[in-house]
Design a protein around this ligand. Structure first.
Ligand SMILES: C[S@@+](CC[C@H](N)C(=O)[O-])C[C@H]1O[C@@H](n2cnc3c(N)ncnc32)[C@H](O)[C@@H]1O
Length: 270
């Protein structure tokens, strides 16, 4: 299935809602995990691709004060949001960059990190080959990708609700892109085709907390490219659709603070 180009657009009010609601709910647990793994490699120069609003960058900047971090993303509005809470960190350089065409010289970095970005690359072998090109000999690529949507509770309930609200043409962004690249054999094959060896792939499960079903619904429907897909369908509209998702989440997980299972593959390659 080829993803529409709208899947990679994180702009408008998406970066702010993503940062406020999505990051603490599903990205922060994996940011801590990835940063711990990176710390063990003691990088001098680290490149982060698809850094978004800085979920991993924030942890790395605190944990690795002596590492020079180059944080990049395709969408400048995501980096602008990241800078609102990371401005003044002298060990971070921000730069807009497409992961498929990195504007860096060969052998520039000891570690390349990418949290939940590879699923968005239109050509993953090309993206991985770019990572390999900018890594120094002996360098490491550490990244993660979501497991199938059925293993990720809130996303699964949200996707089922889309099928109920828009029976003939449900928005599929979450299933198609963030949860569309979960086959470990395929990931390993793409890395191998790009020249990587010594590949380890680990399944890692966490809990995702949200202050309420309403917050989780706003996060998915309004803080991701789902927003554009829902709006493009006209009726019942963004607010009513968000409300339907909030009701479905509350029915399954209850009122008040909720939490659900999240699951992802964490990959290390040299
Ligand atoms: C799910 S977000 C993850 C952001 C961040 N790493 C985090 O953990 O919150 C995916 C990110 O991939 C970025 N992206 C999409 N296509 C990209 C590309 N070709 N090159 C670089 N970044 C890309 C998007 O702008 C978005 O910020």
């Amino acid at each position: 299935m080829t993803a529409p180009s709208s899947d990679k657009v994180f702009s408008g009010s998406v970066p702010q809602i993503y940062d406020r609601l999505m990051v603490p709910m599903i990205f922060a647990p994996y940011a801590r995990d990835l940063a711990q793994r990176i710390k063990g490699h003691r990088p001098h120069d680290l490149l982060e691709i698809a850094a978004g609003t800085g979920a991993v960058t924030t942890v790395l900047a605190a944990e690795l004060p002596d590492t020079h971090i180059t944080a990049t993303d395709l969408n400048e509005p995501m980096l602008a949001q990241a800078r609102t809470h990371l401005a003044g960190k002298s060990n971070i350089t921000w730069q807009q960059a497409d992961a498929l065409s990195l504007p860096f010289a060969d052998a520039s970095f000891d570690v390349v990190a990418c949290q939940f970005g590879a699923m968005f690359f239109p050509d993953r072998i090309k993206g991985y080959a770019e990572v390999r090109r900018v890594l120094r000999p002996g360098g490491r690529f550490l990244f993660n990708v979501w497991d199938r949507i059925e293993e990720n509770d809130f996303a699964d309930v949200m996707q089922q609700t889309m099928h109920q609200v828009f029976a003939s043409d449900p928005p599929q962004f979450m299933a198609r892109t963030p949860h569309g690249y979960h086959d470990a054999a395929r990931v390993r094959g793409d890395l191998t085709a790009a020249g990587f060896r010594d590949i380890t792939i680990e399944m890692v499960t966490h809990r995702s907390p949200a202050a309420s079903a309403q917050d989780a619904a706003i996060a998915y429907c309004q803080g991701t490219p789902m927003r554009g897909e829902i709006e493009a369908r006209g009726t019942p509209g963004l607010e009513a659709t968000t409300q339907r998702v909030a009701e479905a989440l509350a029915r399954r997980f209850g009122n008040g603070p909720i939490d659900g299972k999240i699951q992802a593959l964490v990959i290390s390659a040299a």
